[in-house]
Design a binder for this molecule. Structure first.
Ligand code: SF4
Ligand code: SF4
Ligand code: FES
Length: 239
């Protein structure tokens, strides 16, 4: 049996800082399959109706983290959101909340990555290099399995009320990455990272509202990781 198509209106926020004084919405009608991804619909709008619509994407498979945007009010990956997942005939597409807009759905991620860099987001050890790789037991590795899934899409930080109130807050993505290395049995920079997250705009701005977890396309339990990070700050290291 032929698949039933649906006609949807994609209401896309448009903003060109060179010509517009403020953002506005523009509607595009599209016949699409319920199983079509919002990213595919955006591609078709760009290629078939209006080449000036701007957004980021690369992998198309929830790996690169490029296509984070606000779809029907929630931060999501366009490549992981199906048309059938959105109720109603109108699908509203906006840039990630709380990030400066460069053009249309493209946001400036520099402030996000500035905070990411502040937590020292790379492995560090002064111990002599082993002949092969630095080993971990399965019991040690289980602590980093979940946080290591992060693709830095920004959906969590963009949906965090503490971040909306204060964009100097490190935010869940950077804090999660801090925990990923603090919890790594091979890493030796936990003290520096715990100090970096313990500042005025750090970890204690998280009030466990859980928006970040709902937004995360990788279903990472961010509040649990941040709670463990809080305990590590108090105890002076992970336990
Ligand atoms: S749990 Fe913390 S980091 Fe996550 S949305 Fe709430 S305040 Fe933000
Ligand atoms: S924790 Fe999840 S929502 Fe946040 S940046 Fe990583 S993958 Fe995206
Ligand atoms: S295009 Fe790579 S995550 Fe969506």
């Amino acid at each position: 049996m032929a698949e039933q198509k649906v006609v949807k209106t994609f209401r896309i926020m448009r903003y060109n800082p060179d010509t517009d004084t403020q953002p506005s919405f523009k509607d595009y009608q599209l016949e699409c399959s319920p199983m079509e991804r919002v990213l595919t619909a955006l591609n078709r709008i760009k290629w078939e109706q209006d080449g000036s619509v701007s957004y980021r994407r690369s992998c198309g498979h929830a790996v690169c983290g490029s296509c984070g945007m606000t779809i029907q009010g929630a931060s999501r990956l366009a490549c992981k959101t199906l048309v059938k997942d959105i109720d109603g005939d109108v699908i509203i597409v906006e840039p990630l909340k709380g990030f400066p807009v460069v053009k249309d759905l493209v946001v400036d991620m520099e402030h996000f990555f500035h905070k990411y860099r502040a937590i020292i987001p790379f492995f560090h050890s002064e111990s002599p290099k082993p002949v092969k790789e630095r080993l971990q037991s399965p019991e040690e590795q289980v602590h980093i399995d979940d946080p290591a899934k992060c693709i830095l899409c920004g959906c969590c930080t963009s949906s965090c009320p503490s971040y909306w109130k204060n964009d100097d807050y490190l935010g869940p993505a950077a804090l999660l990455k801090a925990w990923r290395f603090v919890a790594d049995s091979r890493d030796e920079s936990a003290a520096e990272r715990l100090s970096a997250v313990n500042g005025e705009n750090g970890l204690w701005r998280c009030h466990l509202i859980f928006n970040c977890m709902e937004a995360c396309p990788k279903e990472i339990d961010i509040p649990a990781a941040l709670s463990k990070l809080k305990r590590a700050v108090i105890w002076g290291g992970p336990r």
